[in-house]
Design a protein around this ligand. Structure first.
Ligand SMILES: Cc1nn(C)c(C)c1/N=N/c1ccc(/C=C/C(=O)NO)cc1
Ligand SMILES: [Zn+2]
Length: 368
């Protein structure tokens, strides 16, 4: 099993400044300066754990390249790119006031997008069996004409469009396990029946009023967007049931040629930006299920792109667990927090979670 791995030190240099977590510091509003939640720490520490455990020696390092204007414009408007180019010397905000960036950020964002493209291309070309792109800034909230939710460029939507254009890949499924709704990826392929987008997320955390089970895609794409908003507090039991009853059946009906995973780990029990309880062991099982689906449906072709996940201590164990599965590691590295989190009350599937799952499960049969 060969697993491609993309990481570059420049991803850690993306400067999101000293917001008070999410909002610009402002003494008049009582907002004391503090690092932005989307800072380098969690992702840099994922890489450090991958190196320190020796897992990196079992991976095939793939060097990222900057996404070209042409690739970016497959998804984004010229106006959006022009605004990012214009702000590249001074720094600015991706568009929603909560997504700041420093000088040169567009260069890093292009490298993140290009890293996901490289990871996807390597899988399609058979250079590796599967891949993991540990990139920053994230991308799954970026819309064609505006960035948001810490995202400047729609990394996965651009990579999906790029491999379709350059390699003629027909049917691509994007599974978004980030705890926030993958609104940007969904919007990019809203009317496209050849791209299935499935997002499992905490109900209405971000973007606000987004990710309802009623959002199904439009026109020819109706039925090819699937949303499963889960209640706060959902743990491994709820997530694995969502995988078994919604995500995997949807993939089997859609029969993709390639699976791309928006791998956010902010559904973990100690993440500052959500309220779920998925452990590294839970993520390991989710990764296993997705890898098995790829093996059954598309010769194992699956590429993961890192999205959110903000706790610098625990996210490394969650991402490491998934990368171990991709690399076929038999003896997983132990999660030192796992026992504690597994023993938390109500980790198993709860009735109100099953109700949410049933609502999405009904829609799977409509995937053509
Ligand atoms: C609260 C609040 N107040 N205001 C004004 C804003 C802008 C607020 N939250 N913004 C958020 C909250 C969460 C995210 C998560 C992103 C992610 O991890 N995606 O995967 C992004 C922005
Ligand atoms: Zn997220």
């Amino acid at each position: 099993m060969s697993t491609g791995y993309v990481y570059h030190e420049l991803y850690g240099w993306h400067d999101t400044g000293t917001h008070a977590g999410l909002l610009p510091a402002d003494p008049r509003r009582g907002l004391q300066p503090f690092r932005h939640f989307e800072n380098a720490e969690a992702k840099r520490r994922v890489h450090e754990l991958v190196v320190a455990t020796g897992l990196v020696d079992r991976l095939t390092r793939l060097a990222p390249r900057p996404a070209t204007d042409e690739e970016i414009l497959l998804v984004h408007t010229p106006g959006h790119l022009a605004r990012l180019v214009a702000a590249n010397d001074t720094g600015g905000d991706a568009g929603d006031g909560g997504s700041p960036f420093g000088p040169g950020a567009l260069d890093i964002a292009r490298l993140a997008t290009g890293g996901v493209i490289r990871a996807a291309e390597a899988v399609v070309d058979g250079e590796v069996d599967n891949s993991y792109a540990l990139v920053r800034p994230p991308g799954h909230h970026a819309l064609s004409d505006v960035g948001m939710g810490f995202c400047m460029l729609a990394n996965i939507a651009i990579a999906v469009s790029a491999v379709r254009a350059s390699r003629g890949v027909e049917r691509i499924a994007v599974v978004d396990i980030d705890v926030h709704h993958g609104n940007g990826t969904q919007a990019a392929f809203e009317d496209d029946p050849n791209v299935l987008t499935v997002s499992v997320h905490q109900d209405r955390v971000f973007p606000p009023d987004s990710g309802f089970v009623t959002e199904r895609g439009t026109g020819a794409g109706h039925g090819y967007a699937l949303n499963l908003p889960l209640p706060p507090g959902t743990g491994n039991g709820g997530y694995l049931e969502a995988m078994r009853r919604v995500v995997l059946p949807a993939l089997h009906r859609f029969r993709p040629d390639l699976i791309v995973v928006a791998a956010g780990f902010d559904a973990n029990p100690v993440d500052p930006l959500a309220r779920m309880m998925v452990t590294a062991g839970g993520y390991r099982q989710i990764g296993r299920m997705l890898l098995d689906a790829a093996a059954e449906l598309c010769d194992g072709r699956i590429a993961f792109a890192h999205e959110g996940g903000y706790d610098p201590v625990y996210v490394p164990f969650c991402a490491h667990a998934v990368i171990e599965v991709l690399a076929g590691v038999e003896q997983p590295f132990e999660d030192p927090f796992g026992v504690n989190f597994d023993n938390q009350g109500q980790q198993e599937l709860q009735p109100h979670q099953e109700t949410a799952i049933e609502a999405a499960e009904k829609l799977v049969a409509e995937i053509g």
